[in-house]
Unconditional design. Sequence first.
Length: 165
Amino acid sequence: MVVYSFYIFDRHAECIYKKRWLPRPAVVGKSRANSELPAPTNGLPAAIGQSDRTTDDDAKLIFGTVFSLRNMVRKLGGEDDSFVSYCTSQYQLHYYETPTNIKFVMLTDLKSPSMRVALQQIYINLFVEYVVKNPLSPTEHPGGVGVNNELFEESLEQFVTRVLA
């Protein structure tokens, strides 16, 4: 199983943490003929493999997609139904929302099972322990000031490479 990227959004729709495990491939060519051809993605999803967007734009697009799908699921299925994941031909998006409206999003390959339990473990064992319980960590992240905690980052890296690999 391959994890492409991971995002955390706060209750104000700000991306407070983002991590990408695989680099973006280089653009093949700049001409119109070449730009119409899909860039080689080396197994990456199209949303990640495109080099003309920044990671901030990716985070905004992912949040917009999750927000829209979550609202659609609630309107069609009622308040008891919740959005968990969706799958395309290139990648799978996994979603977990905490009771405090912190949203965890993980993009993986198609072969991965449901990551809901893994996202819950990241929230409980890593985010709460190293970010929420840290007295030096801000409770709000105004203006996009994100999670800046070495222990959280190292633990997340170990979790993704050892547990999810």
